[in-house]
Design a protein around this ligand. Structure first.
Ligand code: MTE
Ligand code: MO
Length: 235
């Protein structure tokens, strides 16, 4: 999704939401958290969390299914491709025994996970790429995340884009901090130097251009989530 098109997107999403959407004004994106729709959203979140199976894997796609180079859509809320600040490192904090910063090399020395899966954007498109990186669960181990930290927040240097996740989805074996795409270094258009990727969430939950990961006792919303989009957003 791109910010300039959010009005149209919310309208389209409003149709998808059906009657509940009547109160979801495209220009009044804070409303959905209140009243009836807010209650529905909380019910829906609990329902989806309860149904979530942490063992279920998104299917691997065959090599032939790869979206051809250049055809994988690119989204960022900034006007131009966000470029990592000089001396970039990932800040890790929250309820952890060892807060601090990790360089890309630190992350690349950790166990690597690879997969080729399908991406699902709420706008209706999908595409296939292979991704590699380090599991969020590995990062949690490395920094000594407290079991009380049942949520993980991912922040970026792309404007104020961020998202917070439920623990079971964040610690799923297919949820990674990706530094590679299609066998190469992650390109700037797709979130360099580091992005979140996963088989269990819709596109907007997978924060690109990561700057920080925080292990938290409560959720903090997100860029699109705060504009009326579903918080759980499982695929
Ligand atoms: N920082 C940041 N992360 C983001 C977005 C964004 O605008 N900024 N867009 C999200 C959306 S809506 C999707 S579908 C995917 C798109 O990833 P891609 O650009 O690699 O296709 O990134 C997600 N992560
Ligand atoms: Mo998206």
């Amino acid at each position: 999704m791109s910010d300039t098109r959010s009005g149209r997107l919310l309208t389209r999403r409003a149709w998808l939401l059906g009657t509940a959407a009547v109160t979801l004004g495209a220009c009044d994106s804070n409303r959905p958290r209140q009243g009836f729709l807010g209650a529905m959203e909380r019910f829906n979140q609990r329902f989806q969390s309860a149904l979530f199976d942490p063992e279920r894997l998104a299917p691997e796609e065959p090599a032939e299914a790869l979206t051809r180079p250049g055809a994988f859509p690119q989204y960022f809320v900034s006007e131009r491709v966000p470029l990592a600040p000089a001396g970039w490192a990932l800040q890790v904090g929250g309820l952890v025994a060892r807060p601090g910063v990790l360089s890309l090399d630190d992350l690349r020395m950790m166990p690597r996970t690879d997969y080729r899966i399908r991406h699902h954007c709420v706008e209706g498109w999908s595409a296939v790429a292979s991704w590699h990186g380090v599991r969020v669960s590995e990062l949690a181990k490395r920094v000594g995340a407290d079991p009380q930290a049942r949520f993980v927040e991912f922040r970026s240097f792309d404007a104020d884009y961020f998202s917070s996740w439920d623990g079971p989805s964040a610690f799923h074996p297919q949820t990674i901090l990706a530094y590679g795409m299609n066998g190469e270094l992650l390109p700037p258009e797709h979130g360099a130097p580091l992005r979140l990727y996963s088989g269990v969430k819709l596109g907007y939950k997978m924060v690109k251009y990561l700057s920080a990961v925080n292990f938290l006792p409560a959720p903090t919303g997100g860029y699109w989530e705060d504009r009326g989009y579903e918080w759980f957003a499982g695929v």
